[in-house]
Ligand binder design. Structure first.
Ligand code: ZN
Length: 406
């Protein structure tokens, strides 16, 4: 689709969607007065949850939805619904978890969308190995005669899945980057012998170095899905570039720096009806790509740098607050030594950074040197950089290589 086709489609869909927003007590007045998208309030998770009852169009009460979602997580039975609507919990710290509603109809659309945009149609029978933390109704519904899904439980150590993978010989491998990296190591030492035709990274940020490593081991483009509880946002074209699904997502950019290289996407999902997502600001840090060879006009992503809480924050010598984006620290690692694959950098306090380097502890002094250069550049003094014995990351959780934990 070219730009004017996308704009036209968005305009048409917005009119339908705005009409539907009359069923949301929160949006009714603005929808009835035919306000434009830009006139609607910007949402974040806190506001979204605060007004849960008024925003949703199915008259679902937050407390009730929360009980159902918690019960599903605890019993691992994800089938119960309220008024035909499934309830999901987004990941997050206790007390800060988002609640998400998906109707039967929306689920069917989600499945169609995933099949078409991510897996692609084929008349050949294919098997999909899918690493997943918690099963949910959503994933269960992606089944067809031509696709056999094998769910691999992320809570089981990866080593125990190797034999199964060798037996299944998946055509398509779906997992988060940290799991793909583990699998790549098993590929390298020849314990894992699979030959998938498509590899799809999900759920975590795929860092450029990790992407390059995976590409070299699996000898193919690593595809990505950018998806969160707020929506199915982007998937990769044949060149491996993520493009936003602008045919049904209206994306605004909130720039984060003066050079306008980084932005938070503000998304309006023109298809989502049970729980409208209107001008919802995500805290992901996106760099835009403007020259994808595939020729699609849909907004492309150069990289997802991390989330806003991956930004490290210090005080400089004049007590000014200084934000340093995760990319700076990733580059420090690269400059220290290109062979470092397995690392985490965590800001523990205003004056302490912990660095984990896996087996490559001998490179720690080089990392300290490079990290110190960044801090010096921003006139930040008196920060201690310590070697951590274990990664700041647990199996089954999302890997974030650079983050602030205060
Ligand atoms: Zn492209």
């Amino acid at each position: 689709m070219n730009r004017s086709e996308i704009d036209h489609l968005q305009k048409t869909r917005w009119k339908f969607f705005r009409n539907h927003l009359k069923s949301s007590p929160f949006y009714r007045n603005q929808a009835e007065s035919q306000a434009e998208i830009q006139d609607f309030p910007i949402m974040d998770k806190a506001i979204f949850m605060k007004h849960f009852n008024e925003i949703n169009t199915r008259n679902i009460d937050k407390e009730r939805a929360f009980q159902i979602a918690m019960k599903a997580e605890n019993t691992r039975d994800f089938s119960p619904t309220i008024n035909d609507v499934s309830v999901g919990l987004s990941s997050g710290t206790t007390g800060n978890r988002g609640l998400f509603l998906v109707s039967e109809n929306e689920r069917a659309m989600w499945v169609a969308c995933v099949l078409r945009r991510v897996i692609g149609w084929s008349f050949k029978s294919r098997s999909v190995a899918f690493f997943l933390r918690a099963n949910s109704n959503l994933y269960n519904s992606v089944q067809s005669n031509l696709l056999q899904f094998h769910y691999m439980d992320l809570l089981i150590p990866i080593g125990e899945h190797i034999q199964k993978l060798n037996t299944i010989q998946p055509t398509i491998l779906v997992a988060q980057p940290s799991v793909l990296i583990e699998l790549a190591k098993y590929m390298e030492n020849k314990e894992l012998k699979i030959n998938p035709t498509k590899i799809i990274a999900v759920a975590e940020v795929l860092y450029p170095e990790d992407n390059a490593y995976l590409k070299s081991v699996f000898n193919q483009i690593i595809h990505q899905v950018y998806q969160c509880t707020e929506g199915f946002l982007a998937s990769t074209c044949e060149f491996g570039t993520l493009h936003f699904h602008e045919d049904y997502l209206f994306i605004e950019k909130k720039y984060l720096d003066d050079s306008k290289t980084r932005f938070h996407p503000i998304i309006t999902d023109l298809k989502r009806k049970s729980q409208p997502v209107v001008r919802y600001e995500l805290n992901d840090i996106i760099h835009e790509k403007t020259d994808c060879k595939c020729g699609s006009s849909a907004m492309a992503i150069e990289k997802i740098e991390g989330r806003s809480d991956d930004v490290l924050i210090f005080k400089d010598k004049n007590s000014m607050e200084i934000k340093i984006y995760p990319d700076f620290f990733r580059r420090a690692i690269l400059f220290a030594d290109k062979s470092i694959i397995d690392y985490t950098i965590t800001q523990v306090s205003d004056s302490l950074i912990e660095v984990y380097l896996g087996e490559q502890k001998d490179l720690f002094q080089k990392v300290v040197l490079e990290t110190q250069k960044i801090l010096n550049h921003f006139h930040i003094e008196n920060v201690v950089i310590k070697l951590a014995e274990s990664p700041d990351f647990e199996l089954g959780l999302k890997l974030r290589r650079v983050k602030r934990k205060l």
